[in-house]
Design a protein around this ligand. Sequence first.
Ligand code: NAD
Length: 354
Amino acid sequence: MKKKILVIEGDGIGKEVVPQAVKVLKKVAEKFGHEFEFDNALMGHCAIEATGEPLPEETIEKGRKFDAILFGAVGDPKYDNDPTLKVRPEQGLLKIRKTFELFANVRPIKLYDELLGASSLKPEVLSGSDIVFFRELVGGIYFGERARDDNKAHDTMEYSVSEVERIARKAFEAAMLRRKKVTSVDKANVLDCSRLWRETVTKVAEEYPEVELNHMYVDNAAMQLIKDPTQFDVVVTGNMFGDILTDEASQIAGSMGMLASASMGNEIALYEPIHGSAPDIAGQGIANPLAAILSAQMMLTLSFGMKDEADAIDNAVAQVLKDGYRGPDIKDAATPEELVVGTDAMGDLVVERV
Ligand code: NAD
């Protein structure tokens, strides 16, 4: 099969982890007789430096011609330290999501048994956790009307019935292929937006009578996630709640460096690790590339329908962990020093096992 993949490394560790995922995809193409064509494009701080825009038109134009997008992360301390800067790397990410209407962000929280000791949570609490988040990605407070003057500011959260319906359907469809349970997370005791969300999800649930639906307030969900993560199967929630809860849930998997995601619309999809540009470790060659590699694995499954190829990556990652290799972010007290590897070496280990 011939496929065109647009690669947007972005900033910080995006430039380190994405090449590892590309390396693995090239190995998969070689092994399974596919032809993957890669091209690069800019987004984020690097794009602002080069063109003045966080998402140059050229990147959008290229995106329209490709079968899928593999993305790293955007962000730079320059902007984090000066919130008054008007042109910002994250605007590129929000704009690409909106341009391609990537409304469903799918984030599997997959726990490898080998990493039970890497989490700050107790192994007996974590064991058996297997959750998929469906985060609404192009609506809610990150996209609502906003304004500020010297002593006041506001951001607006808005959701329409159709926006909630389409993400809810994705979640129920996924639940049908899993353990048939959906938890919808909102703040319906306070927010009107959440009341509309809850009513709409409840209506959509009628189309999926086999799926059990429960509703949970976001504050409770934040607590339940670390108290008893095994109670969750599919979680569906809005943009901001999903952003926060999935970072929290990354601790179930041991590290931000382990979690992949797919941002899907009706046409092209974008695959990215859930982490940011991690300026605290960027340039040191120690970022964990497995989240980026597992994002490429999601691309093979969801965009290209290549199940065996995706399994090859999945099994290779599992085997690397079984063989005892760890990045600095997922090592524990029992990890021998010689098995602690950097970004490039971790990529090579996965390639060898594919
Ligand atoms: P972050 O995800 O970049 O980092 C949070 C922590 O997790 C850091 O300690 C980092 O070292 C660690 N970490 C993240 N990915 C890792 C990996 N692959 N391997 C090992 N450790 C890893 O979040 P942050 O520090 O809040 O934000 C840094 C910058 O990234 C900011 O500019 C922010 O705006 C941006 N950001 C971008 C995205 C995105 O592009 N999707 C997402 C979140 C944050």
